[in-house]
Design a protein around this ligand. Structure first.
Ligand code: FES
Ligand code: FES
Length: 140
């Protein structure tokens, strides 16, 4: 992969040793799933979070079908979001991810995918919890 030489060491590190690859059971009540695609290149990223009763992320994993920058971006955010509150992680900007990985401008959409995936995963768990709350409310 000679082209990897032009990537920053953080990209190569996360590309070669990605953290937290995997899947959680999508239907589980404590799991939020964010599945997003980049229209520019067709790459797809799935980011999942496990969220406790207080809204803190206890675990996170990803599966990304995409370029090295997208894989590195997903790997980085799974590390960043663990232990943090869901209201907090939706503030993570793709520019922070891009800066950490020193992504060139043509690769900014790869880090954008990771920002979108976090937001989608949080939205998913919030909707699940609202539904559950509504269901228990109507039963009471
Ligand atoms: Fe460089 Fe695929 S073209 S990693
Ligand atoms: Fe599309 Fe990286 S080239 S996500």
């Amino acid at each position: 992969l000679p082209c990897l030489r032009s990537y920053h060491k953080n990209v190569v590190d996360h590309y070669e040793n990605p953290r937290n690859i995997g899947s959680f059971e999508r239907a589980d009540n404590d799991v939020g799933t964010g599945l997003v695609g980049a229209p520019a290149c067709g790459d797809v990223m799935k980011l999942q979070i496990k969220v406790d009763e207080n809204g803190y992320i206890t675990d996170s994993c990803f599966k990304t079908f995409g370029c090295g920058s997208a894989i590195a971006s997903s790997s980085v955010v799974t590390e960043w979001i663990k232990g943090r509150a869901i209201e907090d992680v939706v503030k993570i900007k793709n520019s922070e991810i891009a800066k950490h990985l020193s992504l060139p401008p043509v690769k900014l959409h790869c880090s954008m995918l990771a920002e979108d995936a976090i937001k989608a995963a949080v939205k998913d768990i919030q909707e699940k919890r609202e539904k559950a709350a509504a269901a228990s409310g109507s039963a009471a």
